[in-house]
Design a protein around this ligand. Structure first.
Ligand SMILES: *Cc1c(COP(=O)(O)O)cnc(C)c1O
Length: 241
């Protein structure tokens, strides 16, 4: 299989899910998660027009960004290279490294991290952040509880140059994608509640949810950013990195 086939299959699933949900496909952005990808596969994706790439570890994000260039870009920046999304837990001692390579953090999970990020980003310019919410309550998952989210959202809204752009969650691992539906629906409701209560502004509309096995359901429940790795790369010729 070639990368183009993996991308075609994912794109077809995106369009089918949007159609079922009555949503325009332009509302859903594919973030290709490259943590297990070979450099040649990433190059192929970029040539095919994928502009958003994600990594879950800051060191690897830094390496990749140096290899594939592009300026550190925020969500709505028209970058001349790929936009790199940090999708995994960010330790405070890695903030500087993160800021050298990215302006998009999906996994903001504490006020301390937000405050330090804001302080260190002062000279770097706007940083788009999403609050990671542990909707399922699994101990193994990162993120704040749904009950904690409003307070963190209100605090982040005051922390220039951070821009609160939405919420992110991970559904529990399961063979049945439908089991993720209540988790995704809950994240959407939480976003809507934050906006109604004024804890988050109109720019806070993104929902980062859905991975290879459940992004169809996530799109039906309102996902605007889907984080997809293995569905793009599984079965592609060559060994994973
Ligand atoms: C690896 C990863 C993904 C992608 O997972 P796949 O199942 O390979 O699509 C999405 N989100 C996060 C936070 C990840 O670490």
């Amino acid at each position: 299989m070639a990368i183009a086939d993996g991308l075609k299959a994912v794109t077809a699933r995106i369009h089918a899910a949007c159609q079922r949900a009555g949503r325009p496909a332009s509302e859903v952005r594919l973030v290709a998660v490259t943590k297990y990808a070979q450099p040649a596969w990433i190059r192929a994706l970029l040539e095919l027009g994928v502009a958003d790439l994600g990594e879950n570890r800051p060191q690897q994000l830094a390496q990749r960004r140096e290899e594939f260039a592009g300026a550190p870009a925020a969500l709505d920046d028209a970058a001349d290279g790929p936009r790199w999304h940090m999708i995994g837990h960010l330790q405070r001692n890695k903030i500087k490294l993160f800021l050298r390579h990215s302006r998009i953090l999906h996994s903001l999970d504490s006020l301390r991290l937000a405050e330090e990020l804001a302080a260190q980003a002062r000279d770097a310019g706007p940083v788009d952040v999403l609050i990671e919410v542990n909707v399922s309550g699994e101990a193994s998952k990162g993120g704040v509880t749904p009950a904690e989210a409003p307070r963190l959202a209100e605090a982040v809204a005051k922390l220039t140059p951070l821009r609160l752009r939405g919420l992110m969650t991970m559904a529990p691992l399961s063979d049945d994608p439908q089991s993720a539906r209540p988790v995704f629906a809950r994240l959407r409701e939480l976003r809507d509640t934050l906006r109604r209560a004024g804890a988050a502004g109109p720019d806070c509309h993104h929902l980062s949810m859905g991975m290879s096995n459940d992004f169809d359901v996530a799109i039906e429940e309102g996902a605007t950013l889907i984080r997809v790795g293995s569905a793009l790369f599984e079965g592609v010729d060559g060994e994973p990195a």
